[in-house]
Design a protein around this ligand. Sequence first.
Ligand code: ADP
Ligand code: ASP
Ligand code: MG
Length: 406
Amino acid sequence: MARIVMKFGGTSVADMDRIRNVANKVKREVDDGNQVAVVVSAMAGVTNQLVAWVSEASTLYDAREYDSVVATGEQVTSGLLALTLQNMGVGARSWLGWQVPVRTSAAHGSARIQEIETDELIRRLDSDEVVVIAGFQGIAADGRIATLGRGGSDTTAVAFAAALQADRCDIYTDVDGVYTTDPRIVAKARKLDKITYEEMLEMASLGAKVLQTRSVELAMRFKVPVQVRSSFTDEPGTMVVDEEQIVEQADISGIAYTSDEAKITVQGVADRPGVSAGIFGPLAEANINVDMIVQNVSADGTKTDLTFTVPHADLARSVKVLSELKEHLGYADVTTDPDVVKVSVIGVGMRSHAGIASRMFAALANEGINIQVISTSEIKISVLIASRYTELALRALHSAYQLDTP
Ligand code: ADP
Ligand code: ASP
Ligand code: MG
């Protein structure tokens, strides 16, 4: 007998037929003698609709009311799944975040799970009841519903797997595993049998939304055995594992991209100590997360151009902060470009292999793609390019690192 957590994403619970399909999968695990906790997302598209309604109701919305509205999608699917299971003769009950309770931080809209009370759930599991948990939500210390950020049901699942000391956490989704890159963009993308926690963390944080970044952090910290797999087949998916469990390590395991960032260039600032602090300090104070940075010295050597990226959502605010600094910093101009994409190649093999970066730059150059900013860390290289080249760049890199399906 094993204790398992099964998580089903939006497309997997998109209508009653699919909910019945999920219930069948759950029943099979129960029939095999396993204890099952299920985490569900809202039906596909529902959370987007709820977010849109909130924005329509109020542009400067109250994050607590936002949470109260957007958490409702999961209330519907958890209840429907519990009913479907009961109808099949499987004992089941749904649990909303506040009922468990799942206690979270106060950051409404992107709250973190702090504690999960499991005594009652374990009692139910021990008496063969399926526990159906509404993902993406908890309750903050202010007594109000808090949501975990988009894609947060993954995090709910991993957090429950850790708290319940589950033997497995299976994330069922609409693709049959983690691929070398987004299979919806690159047809030749290949399914990985295994990926390390560290690589998965980079993939997620660099744009591969197949798992929410926070869920991978938790899985890594609590050593939760996570498997990403399809809810539409019975094929094995991708196991997220420790590095030692991968025998032959490729140079590059995956390629991710994100269009969530915009580029800002501050032109003609004096090239003297304190200039970077003078720009990035006030941006940080405004809670704006600066990501990639490059600094160029201008032709006469006295002035410099600073280029960096910020989240799209913070572009207008960043420009405002910079304009307030103009007199003090004495720069010439600020230009912005929202049409950029960050493409990253990721792999722990990078630690031991040379020439990975030059292969990336050559592949992009071959396609005539100009690199605007570069940033690297131990196991990834990211470049900023014009967004119109996204698909071309992904395909070229995928071939250059020999990741294409034969
Ligand atoms: P769910 O609703 O089940 O949580 P998501 O839409 O959040 O599903 O995540 C699954 C999607 O992630 C896939 O449909 C796919 O387009 C996308 N994706 C991006 N990068 C990858 C990757 N490297 N491997 C697999 N899927 C990826
Ligand atoms: N329903 C939420 C969202 O769409 C949470 C999730 O699906 O993981 O972001
Ligand atoms: Mg998701």
